[in-house]
Design a protein around this ligand. Structure first.
Ligand SMILES: Nc1nc2c(ncn2[C@@H]2O[C@H](COP(=O)(O)OP(=O)(O)OP(=O)(O)O)[C@@H](O)[C@H]2O)c(=O)[nH]1
Ligand SMILES: [Mg+2]
Length: 262
């Protein structure tokens, strides 16, 4: 944990679609203090309270990483490396059992293992959004889907001003709309533009992404980045997607105001 902020870097194997997730920070103090830090919303807190009032042993937390069968969960007091063999969605109706594969951003309830038994993710809260990627092999769609990030409110779809790729932009925006999150287009590296202007690229982006807000920024000089801060308030979870090298990590570091990512 790095001074109240958390960023995650999820690397997906093909197409170099990389996702940086950041949970925003807040200074509030409560039994949920550290969960607020991970993007807790009132709605999630209420849902957790109705569950733990009936079962005090369950520990709430948010999934930060999934490594095979081991899931890293940030809870209020500590981190867990939990297994998720029996995880199911926490439907309001207890009798409905739907198996769930926890993914980054999920709110979960853990039951600590006794003796040599592992800590287990027992429940996964219903998701407000789920970013997925289609499983592809050698560029061919295989019919499967993999969760990338859950409960993301806004996704920054990043393109570099110096290498604007309309096709990719359109695909990624469609992916975000399909997830239930709201896409925002962010054009980075405006300081490197030698020909043309940031405005002309914003115009192109507007034309291919009607109804989506477009911002032009530089992660190095900080130009334009203040207009992104309204999306990174307490209780919001932001993910960044875009090709390798477009400046996702640089932008996150700038917005967080400290080196939280490599
Ligand atoms: N001049 C300039 N350089 C930038 C800007 N944003 C990123 N860079 C540079 O571009 C390179 C790649 O930036 P990263 O932030 O690592 O890109 P990324 O999207 O995180 O890349 P991956 O992690 O490989 O997906 C680095 O050398 C950055 O310093 C920018 O706004 N202006
Ligand atoms: Mg990066």
């Amino acid at each position: 944990m790095l001074r109240g902020t958390l960023t995650l870097n999820l690397i997906t194997p093909d197409e170099n679609l990389e996702n940086d997730i950041s949970f925003s920070n807040s200074a509030s103090s409560s039994p949920f203090e550290n969960l607020v830090r991970y993007g807790l919303t009132d709605a999630v807190q209420q849902r957790i309270e109705t569950i733990i009032v009936r079962d005090h042993e369950l520990v709430p937390g948010r999934v930060a990483r999934v490594d095979g069968i081991s899931t890293l969960v940030h809870a209020n007091a500590t981190d867990y490396r939990a297994s998720s063999t029996f995880a199911r969605i926490a439907h309001a109706d207890d009798f409905e059992i739907e198996p769930a594969q926890p993914t980054v951003g999920d709110w979960v309830l853990i039951r600590e293992g006794e003796g040599s038994n592992p800590d287990e993710i027992e429940l996964v809260l219903p998701r407000t959004s789920l970013l997925i990627r289609k499983r592809a092999q050698r560029g061919k769609y295989q019919g499967g889907e993999q969760g990338l990030a859950a409960n993301v409110s806004t996704v920054f779809v990043i393109q570099a001003a110096t290498y604007f790729n309309v096709g990719r932009l359109e695909r990624e925006i469609a992916l975000v709309w399909g997830s239930g999150a709201t896409p925002i287009v962010v054009i980075t590296k405006t300081d490197l533009l030698e020909e043309g202007t940031p405005e002309s690229i914003v115009e192109q982006a507007n034309a291919s992404a009607p109804g989506v807000e477009v911002f032009a920024v530089s992660g190095i000089t900080g130009d334009g980045t203040n207009s992104l801060r309204s999306y990174t308030q307490a209780g919001s979870t932001v993910a960044l997607i875009g090709a390798s090298g477009v400046g996702k990590s640089t932008l996150v570091n700038h917005l967080m105001g400290e080196e939280v990512m490599e």
